[in-house]
Design a binder for this molecule. Structure first.
Ligand SMILES: Nc1ncnc2c1ncn2[C@@H]1O[C@H](COP(=O)(O)OP(=O)(O)O)[C@@H](O)[C@H]1O
Ligand code: SF4
Ligand SMILES: [Mg+2]
Length: 332
């Protein structure tokens, strides 16, 4: 969707780099020069193999990077305000304006507290509601995330409800304070396909109500279901970005093409082609294109020069030195 140039995006990440530093070890570059934009009412999917820096990016946005991780470059703006430059603004935004469903969020529920009380606590702590008011709001919220018989379920402990219901509780807690930006890190990965679908529908309702959603996944099927825009990440950097339908139907970058070819398709049973090799060691990243060691089109240039993310057509960009040749091959 084309937006007026003057409109400030809800979330704008520019040139973000995150490094892990441990004593006596080479620094690990988990994210490098990453840019990403998310708008209200839209879902941006960050797609990439495990280890490509998706969770680290999400935690950087929330200001929740752990111990030895540092943001070494870039800016993260929420409604234009630079959160990295202003830790107080970051703290204020967290919870109130932005919230996150963590990758391991199911284990983050307190096993010895009733789920209804865990949700109610959000309202008591952040909005100072009375116990009774907070409980009423918790039950309303459970109904909103499509938990059947919420009055009864509110009294359950996490282990007494299914994985799908637990994920709905976690999502309820994330949206309790009506954040305008929601980051969901692999929220459906642990769930079976039918349960997954219900959770994706729930996220769709949230974007339709105007929230901006950054949805992280390694699953192309899930991305195809929910994304308005796709950002393809590889080894800590963006390889390709654009409107979801276009990226999935006409991938430009050799990595995106390889990723799509690695997924089994109903219309092409048995045609799955796994990507050979693995991600580069983040402590020893290739000097040139990060995908060069695995790219079937790599030349000597590719191992010497790091391609920049370049705009190809409105709304689409890819980081590949041989993009013209790739498009030529695709056109055949
Ligand atoms: N605690 C950590 N210490 C050192 N390196 C880390 C740590 N967490 C993540 N990394 C590095 O950051 C990279 C990206 O991790 P992550 O964002 O979790 O990937 P993804 O979510 O895409 O699977 C990892 O490959 C790893 O090299
Ligand atoms: S720059 Fe070269 S190695 Fe990298 S994706 Fe493009 S063709 Fe492949
Ligand atoms: Mg992750």
């Amino acid at each position: 969707m084309t937006m007026p140039a003057s409109e400030t995006p809800l979330l704008e990440i520019q040139g973000l780099s995150v490094e892990f530093r441990a004593r006596r070890a080479a620094p690990v570059q988990a994210v490098q020069d990453l840019s990403l934009t998310a708008r209200a009412g839209e879902c941006v999917v960050v797609l990439g193999e495990s280890g490509s820096g998706k969770s680290v990016t999400a935690k950087a946005v929330m200001g929740l990077l752990e111990g030895n991780a540092r943001t070494t470059a870039g800016s993260i703006r929420l409604d234009g305000a630079d959160l990295l430059a202003d830790p107080a603004a970051m703290r204020a935004a967290r919870g109130r304006d932005m919230a996150m469903v963590f990758q391991d969020s199911l284990s983050a529920l307190n096993p010895v507290q009733r789920v209804g009380d865990q949700i109610a606590e959000m309202f008591r702590v952040h909005q100072g509601l009375s116990k009774a008011e907070a409980r009423t709001r918790a039950i309303e919220l459970m109904r909103q995330v499509a938990i059947p018989d919420p009055e009864r379920r509110a009294r359950s402990y996490p282990h007494q409800i299914s994985g799908g219901m637990r994920q709905r509780i976690v999502i309820a807690m994330a949206i309790a304070l009506k954040p305008r930006l929601l980051i969901a890190d692999e929220p459906t990965t642990a769930l079976d396909v039918t349960v997954q679908k219900g959770i994706l529908d729930l996220f769709r309702v949230l974007t339709e109500a105007g929230a901006g959603l950054v949805f992280i996944t390694h699953d192309i099927g899930v991305a195809a279901e929910i994304a308005d825009h796709i950002v393809v990440m590889y080894a800590g950097s963006v390889m390709e970005t654009g409107p979801a339908r276009e990226v999935l139907a006409r991938p430009h970058h050799p990595y995106t093409r390889a990723l799509l070819a690695s997924v089994p398709r109903i219309e092409r049973p048995g045609a799955r082609t796994p990507i050979p090799g693995g991600l580069p060691d983040p402590a020893d990243r290739p000097a040139g294109c990060l995908f060069a060691p695995r790219c079937p089109l790599a030349t000597a240039d590719c191992t010497a020069t790091r391609p920049e993310l370049e705009s190809l057509e409105p709304g689409r960009a890819a980081a590949c030195l041989r993009i013209t040749e790739v498009q030529h091959v695709l056109a055949q």
